[in-house]
Design a protein. Structure first.
Length: 86
């Protein structure tokens, strides 16, 4: 185990290392960060990757994007698909 980061910069650096190693939780969290800043397109990309790696929360988040039409064309069918996968 690695020691807990003492700065936000260290934490971000560690999270990006996890993203590079295809850690679905880290990928989902980066997507969440972009979503809350209004970067729906980027959030969609990260959440799609995390969902492909089997992250159920990423599927749930994708269902929200599709059902609301945020960053993607509104698509109830895809929204329900991702909700069922979650």
């Amino acid at each position: 185990r690695h020691p807990t980061p003492t700065t936000q910069e260290e934490a971000n650096k560690n999270k990006m290392k996890r993203v590079e190693k295809n850690d679905p939780v880290a990928i989902r969290e980066i997507g969440k960060k972009h979503y809350h800043k209004g970067g729906y397109d980027t959030a969609f990309e990260y959440w799609t990757k995390a969902a492909e790696l089997g992250n159920a929360s990423a599927h749930y988040n994708l269902s929200h994007l599709y059902r609301k039409g945020e960053g993607v064309e509104k698509d109830e069918k895809k929204g329900w698909y991702h909700l069922e996968e979650a």
